[in-house]
Design a protein around this ligand. Structure first.
Ligand code: KIV
Ligand code: ZN
Length: 519
């Protein structure tokens, strides 16, 4: 039986996080090794039961990430994805070797459409592949998950046969993905119930849901699946994932917590880590969540209309179905300023749940002082944006040093930029069509990267006020692969330079890690 099987508590829901695999697979969301390790540590601490750390055969970078994550997890099971081939499974098994608790997740398509056009295999051959892959995976671990890709569009009779085969061969978790986000809740629930009724020995495995959000139904479908008897939910932080994304972890967890009257299930997630987890991921992948996003959007707990504010003052329950504290949202209060010293800053960092090493703290203190010189009032959100940026770029080979810009109506516009490349100072003075163009051209002059294209340049203010810090996102694309970088600073142009440099560092790492054998 799977080490996280819920035999002792039938209402325990296993939270399987695939931010580092399905999430990372989505355009612009790629992460480097340090970033993946950081996210994995946080997921582990937050109480995620299973962390799908990557798809080891897909690239050298994925293999390495699974291997390194396998070494550091304290509580979570680490999982590696593989197609239904021995080569994939062997690669996943090798990558997972250092883990004390490991899961191999193998999948193959089962819908008529996928079998005919994608796999070009007949149903009998697919059943053989299921048997062979699950048996092979069981040689390496007794925790094997099998997924029916495009499961929600698979015919009942064939799905039953496929699931029965996987269980007979030793699969301990059976996952039914709604791969293309096509299902609607009652239909998906019926499919889960149908499997529970028809498949012999179904209770020997944990049934799992994995829903994509193409119709905005990923969370609803996941919860319908659980109410129909599934006991594992596959999800991602902020709902990142292929196309419109996966079911958002924070939404499924808070829905079950808030509506425990309808969904009397338990899980292991420390919900007060949700906000920090969401912010860290957003900065890491350079994907801000929409302001009205449930649970973690900037407006999720904001009450602006007079009637609502009045109700809130009388009794918060009038308009608040869960407390901000339950998701770890503390009020952004005026905390530090120009005269705050190292000690005050250190306490604030700890209070916000961060830890910085000595060197990182020294650099951070300098950035904090620079910010305090420019900005009179410093809020928690300012500190968080700065820290996230500092941590995200700490190990980058190319570091921002200084920038001065000449701009305005009487051109030309120039940028004088200084960078450190592996510790060596390099500078450029470049003319551009406007200050941002000049800055980006200066970066290109110092570190040529002709094949990369700028896909996105986005600025948002961390707080209100004209002296607000700017948080900039830059997306670069090269050979069909995209990376996002983020930068924060009171000066929008400096934040822009930092964001571009962050993205460039990621692009270079990605290039180095990419292996021709990409699946
Ligand atoms: O969406 C999907 O079908 C998947 C499988 C590989 C589990 O991500
Ligand atoms: Zn998926």
């Amino acid at each position: 039986m799977s080490p996280v099987a819920n035999t002792e508590n039938k209402d325990r829901i296993i939270i399987f996080d695939t931010t580092l695999r399905d999430g990372e697979q989505s355009p612009g969301c790629s992460m480097n090794l340090d970033e993946k390790l950081r996210i994995a540590r946080m997921l582990d601490e937050m109480g995620v039961d299973v962390i799908e750390a990557g798809f080891p055969i897909a690239s050298q970078g994925d293999w390495e990430a699974v291997h390194e994550i396998a070494k550091i997890l304290k509580h979570s099971v680490v999982c590696g994805l593989s197609r239904a081939t021995k080569k994939d499974i062997d690669s996943a098994a090798q990558a997972l070797k250092p883990a004390s608790r490991r899961r191999i997740h193998t999948f193959i398509s089962t819908s008529p459409l996928h079998m005919k056009y994608k796999l070009q295999m007949d149903p009998g051959a697919v059943l053989d592949a299921i048997a062979e892959s699950v048996i092979h995976a069981r040689h390496y671990t007794d925790d094997v998950e099998w997924s029916a890709e495009d499961g929600s569009r698979t015919e009942d009779d064939f799905l039953c046969k496929a699931v029965e085969t996987a269980i007979k061969c030793g699969a301990t978790t059976i996952n039914i993905p709604d791969t293309v986000g096509y299902a609607v809740p009652d239909e998906y629930a019926r499919q889960i119930m149908m499997l529970r009724e028809r498949v012999p020995d179904i209770d020997r495995a944990v049934l799992s849901v994995h829903c994509h959000n193409d119709l905005g139904l990923a969370v609803a479908n996941s919860l319908a699946g659980v109410m129909a008897g599934a006991r594992q939910i596959e999800c991602t932080i902020n709902g990142i994932g292929e196309r419109a994304g996966n079911a958002a972890l924070e939404e499924v967890v808070m829905a079950m917590r808030t509506r425990a009257d309808k969904m009397p299930f338990v899980n292991n997630i420390k919900t007060d880590m949700i906000t920090k987890m969401s912010r860290t991921l957003a900065t890491t992948v350079g994907f801000n969540v929409q302001p009205n996003k449930a649970i973690v959007g900037a407006n999720a707990f904001a009450h602006e209309s007079g009637i609502h504010q009045d109700g809130m003052l009388k009794n918060a329950a009038t308009y608040e179905i869960m407390t901000p504290e339950s998701v770890g949202l503390t009020k952004s209060e005026l905390v530090l300023g120009k005269h705050s010293g190292r000690h005050a800053l250190k306490s604030k960092i700890t209070e916000l749940g961060y830890e910085l090493g000595d060197n990182a703290f020294q650099d951070f203190f300098k950035r904090f002082k620079d910010l305090a010189d420019k900005k009179k009032t410093i809020f928690d959100d300012d500190i968080i944006a700065l820290i996230e940026n500092e941590v995200a770029t700490e190990h980058d080979n190319i570091q921002f040093l200084s920038l001065s810009v000449q701009a305005g109506t009487t051109g030309p516009q120039f940028a004088r930029l200084e960078l450190a490349i592996e510790g060596e100072k390099k500078s450029a003075l470049v003319e551009g069509n406007g200050p941002v163009d000049a800055i980006f051209k200066a970066i290109r002059a110092i570190v040529p990267h002709e094949d990369a294209k700028l896909q996105l340049y986005q600025v948002h203010a961390v707080t209100g006020g004209t002296d607000a810090q700017a948080e900039v996102t830059v997306r670069l694309e090269e050979d069909g692969k995209t990376v996002n970088g983020s930068g924060a600073d009171a000066d929008t142009l400096v934040a822009s330079a930092r964001a571009y440099i962050h993205a460039l560092n990621k692009l270079i790492t990605k290039r180095e890690r990419a292996k021709p054998e990409h699946a």
